[in-house]
Write a protein of this length. Sequence first.
Length: 524
Amino acid sequence: MAAPSESFWRRLGAGFRRKPQAQSELPPAGGGFTAARNIPPGLEAGATRRRLAVWQPAAQHINVAMRAAGDTINARARWLVRNNGYAKAALRSWSAATVGAGIKPSSLVEDEALRDQIHETWNAWTDEADAEDVTDFYGISRRVSRETFLAGECFVRLRPRFPQDGLTVPLQLQMLPAEQLPLWKLDYAPNGNPIRLGIEFDRNLRDKRVAYWFYRTNPTDATTFRDALLQDQLTRVPAEDVIHVFDPIEAGQVRGHSGYAAAIVKLFQLDAFDDAELERQKQQSRYATFIETPEEHDEDGNPLVPRPEDDDLAYAPGATVQLYPGEKITLSAPGGTPSGYEAFQYRVLLQICAALGIPYAELSADLAKATYASSRAGLLAFRAEVEAFQHAVLVFQFLRKVWTHWFDAAVLARALPISASAYTGQPTVYRAYKAIAPRAAWVDPLKDRQAAILALKAGIIAPQDVVEAEGYDLEETYHRIAEAAALAQKLGITIDYGSRTQSIGTSQPASSDSASPSDTEAAA
């Protein structure tokens, strides 16, 4: 066999050096060195010609996209919530479903007296938790949920206080908006640690956050009288003093992504369309009739019919307007959707609901199209998303860290009857807790409660599962029931238990001749 020629080796080297510029230029699946030109890819979604030719998205991570557009997205989302009814309704519905009256921690310490003391101290501290003194701890939780949905994230700074400040536990919480941590900050700290989007990471452990670089005040608030020399100065706050609450949607994401991002364009355009349609209808109803007069002149060229005086009332709805002599009016008749307007708006709202993850009835307050089946199906899917957000974000990122720091401060300040040595020996035992989420609204209370009773009788769930689903603590509920039973017995009050009536708190069994089989099973 003859040795390959020099031109062969040049062509072969050029083939290895040349970088394919498009999917269509890659070699065929069977191999070989011949360039496969103008061959569409096997997956239509990867095609770069015909109807997808104009769609060339940049392959960039969400951190890059947020650094470039995050501030604009947040500004537009805040504008919509302040000016658009649908955006405001979505935020209100989300915060009510995720937090409601508050996600409450319940201690799991075995000592009942100590557990009651922990709950009593916590309840007293919740009224003092806000560093701004405008709400309580559960109000802060509601604001955290709102900000996390609106701006994609929020920051809560832990502010230790002095014992002489008179707080139940010397700790308060300060909320910081997302705008106070600059997205543009991409640098190295003086200690050599990398700073990405305002967050400082350990240079050895790349995923460990060590600090946050905040503006001293909110850069979007011009009422704070910021010092001109310090307004752009960043302050380093250690990561152990900051709770960063956000719901990551991609691997490696370091900053939050607004829940409105996928709906902003349609919300704004639908709002503009509604305004235009409203203005069109207003203009059409402004005038009732127009009076036209011929333009005639005398021998000197003066108009025989005087020009009408301007009258503001002539522009009122339903007015009769006198035109100038010789003038005629041609009304604009823009093409609109008077007949299909509602159907069009409904379809756009469905897309917005899908982007926001909010049921249609919650977003629009339109119950005309809602049925029992559709409402239940929509609420069940919505509740599943809400529960995931509650436990993965609000409980794990926020409540867990607040509870840990609160417990540390309470023990150090001797607000709890726990010695420092005992606490440091086994802190996890004392910090053990469970989070009780607010009760979700019932779609059909009777059927839901009947299902809970059947599950209890079948041994599928425990009583605490039913009580906690209502948003209450089992032990506290039983104590209240016992107190009510004792009071009812003292006052001689009776309650009807289905087929039999007996005093609360008494142990008098139903007589054998009056007890039904169901009563016997219930007593057993």
